[in-house]
Every structure is written in structure tokens, then in C-alpha cells.
Design a protein around this ligand. Structure first.
Ligand code: GLA
Length: 395
């Protein structure tokens, strides 16, 4: 089944490449690989932190960013690994200064970005920023970096920026491979390790060429705070599972947990799917108004450990993937909205020998099941809910 799916994917990809000037595309990828474009040593596990977009969109200011940093620390989230404080679209003036430099919005970011970077660094956190590989950003509130890559990369480095999300709007029809690697090289020359997040929405299958260009790449267009949109993002992301690895991750977009339009059990599914898929865990809610359920979900250290496991293998549908020490993470998901389901993980489908006896740790109940399992595991799952286990072979 998995092999069949992969074959269909490869055939479709080849067809796609031949339709869009395959030889040039592949030549570009090869030469980039040889040059090892991005060698910043970052993203050995998926990045974790917070980003302003899902909750605030472009209506941001420096107070919101500082508050997010404060709460990451005071809530204990930063200790669990959430260290990036990422400013999305809307932080800049519409025009560059007389020397062509990007300028922080004078009204909403009067202290400037460097002051914010200093602020978050003092708290042991890292600062992320947003730019666009086109003429304007998506919200059309600030200029893009196309044609200004080196200058902007230097500006970001001089401000102390640690993470760059690079969007794909207003790009004049120029192909991503002619725009994104220019920023990769610019960042490498800027003299500061900056995590490079390609936000190209999966348009030109960035999983195929993303690894030497960025540390992660979006595999679809934007998520929204609802079940269908959330599940469809991760399903698209699953197609590219084989391309994820330490230093280069598939990105199904940021988390909606805590934004209020899904139920708690649906947010549990959302967080579990993102974690097992080795997706970046970028919180997207108003941290100041986080309720207990939201904090409980985002703070589940056992689920985070699956995401941050050093083996760095993305799980596939049926949602399962290997972890270090021969363990396997498995997520049994009930997609029905109106009925309970019995769901079975067959060892053959999740990469275990059928004779393997395992101990199962329930990551949401925080308990090790008394019963041991061999060959398969069947559980009853409530509607729009999931069960998530780490299976440890004991014989
Ligand atoms: C695009 C991106 C989003 C966000 C907005 C900002 O839609 O995919 O994640 O950054 O632009 O305008």
C-alpha cells in the first residue's frame, strides 16, 4: 500500500517535472546540492516557538511580541522547547529608507526590531522575522526582498534575527528556484546562523528541492482554525514524508491550538498529528489568553518528545513512525464526527515484526498500559479524537 502510494507520487512528480521544464529544475537542484547551499547547522529537530500570524494577522505591534516572549517563559513553555518568537507579516513600513533598507513600522514597532531581539535574547529566546520572495509581502503592507536579498539578510543579521520565514507572494511569476536559493546564499553570507523557513505553499513541490535551500518548507497553502482544513493540511504533508530529515522538515503550517474554533479533543488530534509528523511546532494563539486546556495540550512533554526525537523520521499514515531505541510512535485517529470507531494498528503496517511484543505508553493519559500487545493493537476512539502511544519492544 505504502509502496504503491509512493510509486503514484513518483510518477506524478516526474510527469509534473516534465511539464515544467524538468531539465532546468533538476540541474538547479543538483548544482545546489553540490554547493551545499544551506549549512547553518540548525533545525536538527523541528523548530518550536510562537508566531503572530494565526491569531493577529498583520495587526501586530511590539507590545504583542514582548508579551508573547514573557508568557513563553512564565508559562514554562520555553523550558519545553518553545524558544522562537516569530514576527509575521506587518512589521515594516511600506517604503524602504533612502539607502534601500527595510524600516520597522514607526507607529507599531517604535523601538525597532533590534530592541525586540535584545529583549527576547535576554530571556533565553530567539527572534524570528518575516519577509517575502517577491515585490510585496502577502498582506501588501511592506516591500518584499526580491532584488534586495543580500541587503535584507545583512539587516536581519545586524538586528540579531535568528529565524526567517520567507513567503511567496507578488513574485512576478518568477519560479521559486530562481528566488529562494538567492536568499539562502545571502543568509549564509550574513554572518549569523538564521533558521530559514521556506513558505512557498508547496507550489513547486519544495520537498523535492528544499533540503539544501531551507531548514523547512511549507507543503500546502494556509491552515485555518477548523477540522477539515487542519486534517487536509496534514494529509497533503504526508505525501512528502520520505523527504523530511534532521535539518530539513516538511511544514504543514502553524498550530491553531487555542484559537477557539475547534473542540479540545480536536486540538489534541491537531497537536498529536503535527508532533508525530515532525512538523514545526509554532503556537499560533494569543498566549496571554491561553486557557488551561490549551496549556495542557501544548505542554504535553511526552508528545513533544516524539516530535523532537533525534531519529527525525516523519510518521506516515497509518500514523506511525520509528523513534530512537527501536521504539515506534503510533497515533490512532477517528476521522468520523458522529461515531466511535475501533481502530487497529497492525504491526506489519507500522514497521514492527508481527512477533514483536510491546509495552504501550499512552501519551495523553500519561500511563503505561498493563496489557502487552503482539501483532496488533485495537482501541476504541471517540469521534474526531485520537489515541497516541509509544510502543516499546520488550521481546
Ligand atoms: C501567507 C502565508 C501565511 C502568512 C501570510 C502573511 O498567506 O502562507 O502563513 O505568513 O502570508 O501575509
Amino acid at each position: 500500500m505504502e509502496k504503491g502510494k509512493m510509486l503514484v507520487f513518483v510518477v506524478l512528480t516526474l510527469l509534473f517535472c516534465s511539464l515544467c521544464d524538468s531539465s532546468r529544475l533538476m540541474k538547479n537542484v543538483e548544482s545546489q546540492n553540490r554547493r551545499n547551499l544551506l549549512a547553518n547547522g540548525l533545525g536538527l529537530t523541528p523548530p518550536m516557538g510562537w508566531n503572530s500570524w494565526n491569531h493577529y494577522h498583520e495587526n501586530i505591534n511590539e507590545t504583542i511580541i514582548r508579551k508573547a516572549a514573557n508568557v513563553l517563559v512564565s508559562s514554562g513553555l520555553s523550558e519545553l522547547g518553545y524558544i522562537y518568537v516569530n514576527i509575521d507579516d506587518g512589521w515594516g513600513e511600506m517604503t524602504r529608507d533612502i539607502d534601500g533598507n527595510l524600516v520597522p513600522d514607526k507607529k507599531h514597532f517604535p523601538s525597532g526590531i533590534k530592541a525586540l531581539a535584545d529583549y527576547v535574547h535576554k530571556k533565553g529566546l530567539k527572534l524570528g522575522i518575516y519577509a517575502d520572495a517577491g515585490y510585496y509581502t502577502c498582506a501588501k503592507r511592506m516591500p518584499g526582498s526580491l532584488g534586495y536579498e543580500e541587503q535584507d539578510a545583512k539587516t536581519f543579521a545586524s538586528w540579531g534575527v535568528d529565524y526567517l520565514k520567507y513567503d511567496n507572494c507578488n513574485n512576478g511569476g518568477i519560479k521559486p528556484l530562481q528566488r529562494y536559493p538567492i536568499m539562502t546564499r545571502a543568509l549564509m553570507k550574513a554572518g549569523r546562523p538564521i533558521y530559514f523557513s521556506l513558505c512557498e505553499w508547496g507550489d513547486m513541490h519544495p520537498a523535492l528541492w528544499g533540503f539544501p535551500v531551507g531548514n523547512s518548507w511549507r507543503t500546502s497553502d494556509d491552515i485555518d482554525d477548523n477540522w477539515e482544513r487542519m486534517v487536509s493540511r496534514i494529509d497533503r504533508n504526508d505525501v512528502y514524508a520520505d523527504f523530511a530529515k534532521p535539518g530539513g522538515w516538511n511544514d504543514p503550517d502553524m498550530l491553531e491550538v487555542g484559537n477557539g474554533k475547534m473542540k479540545k479533543h480536536e486540538y489534541v488530534v491537531h497537536f498529536s498529528l503535527w508532533a508525530i509528523s515532525k512538523a514545526p511546532l509554532l503556537i499560533g494563539c494569543d498566549l496571554g489568553k491561553m486557557d488551561d486546556d490549551t496549556l495542557e495540550i501544548l505542554s504535553n512533554a511526552e508528545v513533544i518528545a516524539v516530535n523532537q526525537d533525534p531519529l527525525g523520521v516523519q510518521a506516515k499514515r497509518v500514523w506511525a513512525g520509528p523513534l530512537s531505541e527501536y521504539r515506534v510512535a503510533v497515533l490512532l485517529l477517528n476521522k468520523f464526527s458522529d461515531r466511535r470507531s475501533e481502530i487497529t494498528a497492525e504491526w506489519e503496517d507500522i514497521g514492527l515484526d508481527p512477533s514483536t511484543v510491546v509495552q504501550a505508553r499512552d501519551l495523553w493519559e500519561h500511563e503505561t498500559l498493563e496489557r502487552q500487545f503482539v501483532g496488533k493493537m485495537t482501541v476504541t476512539v471517540e469521534p474526531h479524537s485520537c489515541k497516541m502511544y509509544v510502543l516499546k519492544p520488550i521481546a
